[in-house]
Ligand binder design. Structure first.
Ligand code: 5GP
Length: 202
């Protein structure tokens, strides 16, 4: 059997609830979580090294130059990027790893690692999206507007994803189960089990 871990990319607009789904998934099954670097300031309760590595612009740019980033992108005025080594180490050790990243970065990863499973999370409709992002109460009106604009642009890239999961109000458990169903099927893909024929008659 191919023992390589699954590389799972979860994207979705601000307010899609993807962060909550990722937390639930990590309670349900063993997943490493890729801690991104960002130049955004921490929100209340966010911890360096747990939610993000909070770095300044010069630090971030030097990481890019050193080739330490698997991908990176600018989102609403800040850099966000995935450190390469933890992802490579997890997969080599046979662990599953989840990346919660936006679309431009997701497409960069898929290009480098076509075996990545790309899942797009959406709320049921636009009103729910708006209500959730406003309800969070951590962003200014200006940032909310910019994030809504990003969401409108992002959603156009939706067909580049492998799967879509709808996160209904109160439906985080269902959405997390949907992701687990996707991953169960993915493990049975022939391309992830390419060594079976050669080992079968041993
Ligand atoms: P937030 O500021 O709300 O934590 O994240 C804003 C957006 O940046 C979200 O869509 C999130 O998925 C994305 N993001 C977080 N980390 C990364 C990363 O390492 N790379 C990329 N490309 N996007 C990221």
């Amino acid at each position: 059997m191919n023992q390589k871990g699954l590389l799972v990319i979860i994207s979705g607009p601000a307010g899609s609830g993807k962060g909550t789904i990722v937390s639930r998934l990590r309670e349900l099954a063993p997943f490493d979580f890729s801690v991104s670097a960002t130049t955004r300031k921490p929100r209340p309760g966010e911890l360096h090294g747990v939610h993000y590595y909070f770095v300044d612009k010069a630090d971030f740019e030097s990481k890019i130059e050193q080739g330490e980033m698997l991908e990176y992108a600018q989102y609403v005025g800040n850099y966000y990027g995935t450190p390469k080594k933890p992802v490579e180490d997890a997969l080599a050790e046979g662990k599953n790893i989840i990346l919660d990243i936006e679309v431009k970065g997701a497409l960069q990863v898929k290009e480098k690692m076509p075996e990545a499973i790309m899942i797009y999370v959406l709320p049921p409709d636009y009103e729910t999206l708006l209500a959730r992002i406003r309800g969070r109460g951590t962003e200014t009106e200006e940032v909310i507007q910019k994030r809504m604009n990003e969401a409108k642009n992002e959603i156009k890239t939706f067909p580049r994803y492998d799967y879509v999961v709808i996160n209904r109000d109160g439906g985080v458990d269902r959405a997390a189960q949907d992701v687990l169903t996707i991953l169960s099927a993915e493990k049975m893909r022939t391309l992830r089990n390419a060594d079976i024929p050669e080992n079968f008659f041993r």
